[in-house]
Design a binder for this molecule. Structure first.
Ligand SMILES: C[S@@+](CC[C@H](N)C(=O)[O-])C[C@H]1O[C@@H](n2cnc3c(N)ncnc32)[C@H](O)[C@@H]1O
Ligand code: SF4
Length: 400
């Protein structure tokens, strides 16, 4: 089991801070994350608005003073598209609210944006973790994904990041790409292992609506291949386990001590504040998002409003559902008795009725620590299992 909570955090549940940097030079063919090409004054305006949005957050709860922020994650988009002085300004804005150095601070960087001056600023701010969006080491596949970087740029970026001395480095890889052979996937894994990062995220390509690849799928120019996906998944699990990377979630592998605490805390249904367009928050009794529209977000912040879209109250049923659905995807699994105490609702009865069938079907198993988690077969069917879990908590039980 991955232990990512310190004693202090067990006493006070960890609070995360996510900042969405919505800028990219171009749009990759697979990507549905909210991002735009920045116009002339877009970045200074964005930084003004992030500072203003942070000022709107109710950091204090229950009269106990502002909570310390345990983890920070800058995602995108491409945070690395900001110049070094802009990264510094964003970092200073964040540090005004963290109550000291965050325990973990991740910044996602696209390899083409990695420069020594940006890395120096990030190190000086206290960033601990860099996540590089590599996707593949195969030039033809990078090209087919519409990526802007070359394999040589990935290697150079990795060396610069390592040379700058960050405590933890992640590489993102994607698999089951159109035309990708099993040999190419194994070669990508081998090259990633050879570089010796601390963490690897391996994502099965999803065809997201309104992306260039989605259009190709709709036109029949590329095809889904579930058998190939399953085989590539299995290959990654075996290969990475053999290379010293422990799987701690369906898509995530780490050397000891390098699991991403920010993500683990969100999967454990702790709280986080999200700043920037499209960012979601789970905080102060509510889950809600900012609009996925830079102009609309600016208008909201100027009007003193934030996190207004998709607003749901954090009821015990909602948190129970998501803590099981996301928790099962982690190798540490979930302790149902503990979650029942944390999120009490009569709807647990339905989940307790479902568990024996999932066990019987070999989709979940008991862990040595007395918890339950997905089996390898369950991981391949994780979305279907998750849907069944969510359905258990979907509505109040009908009274007899
Ligand atoms: C939020 S993206 C941003 C990373 C950064 N902008 C970059 O591209 O280098 C994080 C990761 O999600 C993964 N990803 C994005 N869209 C995906 C998709 N449609 N299918 C599978 N993985 C995807 C990619 O591996 C990507 O590096
Ligand atoms: S994958 Fe990364 S670089 Fe490509 S469009 Fe998405 S956020 Fe931007």
């Amino acid at each position: 089991m991955v232990e990512v909570l310190t004693g202090q955090e067990k006493a006070e549940p960890p609070l995360g801070l996510y900042v969405h940097v919505p800028f990219c030079a171009t749009t990759c063919d697979f990507c549905a994350f909210y991002q735009v090409v920045p116009r002339a004054d877009a970045i200074p305006r964005y930084l003004d608005a992030i500072e203003a949005e942070a000022g709107l957050v109710r950091w204090e709860q229950g009269g106990a003073g502002p909570r310390r922020i345990a983890t920070v994650f800058w995602g995108g988009g491409t945070p690395g598209l900001l110049r070094a002085p802009d990264l510094e300004r964003l970092g200073r804005a964040v540090l005004r609210h963290t109550g000291g150095a965050p325990r973990e601070w991740t910044v996602e960087l696209a390899p083409a944006t990695v420069t020594a001056d940006r890395l120096a600023v990030l190190r000086a701010l206290g960033v601990t973790r860099i996540s590089l969006g590599v996707q593949s080491f195969e030039p033809a596949l990078l090209e087919a994904l519409g990526r802007q970087h070359t394999v040589a740029q990935v290697r150079r970026a990795y060396e610069l990041v390592r040379g700058a001395g960050f405590a933890s480095v992640n590489l993102d890889l994607m698999f089951a790409l159109p035309g990708q052979t099993e040999e190419q996937w194994l070669a990508d894994l081998a090259e990633a292992v050879r570089l010796a990062p601390d963490h690897l995220s391996t994502y099965c390509l999803t065809f997201e609506e309104d992306t260039a690849l989605w259009v190709k799928l709709a036109q029949g120019r590329v095809k889904l291949d579930p058998a190939k996906e399953a085989e590539f998944y299995r290959r990654a699990w075996d290969r990475l386990a053999d290379s010293g990377f422990a799987q701690y979630e369906i898509s995530n592998f780490a050397r000891p001590g390098h699991a991403c605490a920010h993500n683990v805390n969100t999967w454990r249904m702790h709280e986080w504040v999200g700043l920037g367009p499209s960012a979601a928050s789970q905080h102060a009794g509510w889950r809600a998002s900012n609009p996925s529209d830079l102009g609309q977000w600016h208008d909201d912040i100027a009007a003193g409003q934030r996190a207004r879209a998709d607003r749901s109250e954090l009821t015990p049923a909602l948190l129970a559902a998501d803590s099981v659905a996301f928790g099962l995807r982690m190798n540490e699994g979930v302790s149902l008795p503990r979650l029942q105490r944390r999120f009490p609702t009569p709807l647990w009865e339905r989940l307790l009725d479902l568990v024996p069938r999932l066990l019987f079907d070999g989709l979940i198993a008991d862990t040595p620590e007395g918890r339950i988690s997905l089996t390898a077969r369950g991981r391949l069917l994780a979305d279907a299992v998750g849907a069944e879990v969510l359905a258990c908590f979907a509505a109040e039980p009908v009274s007899p």
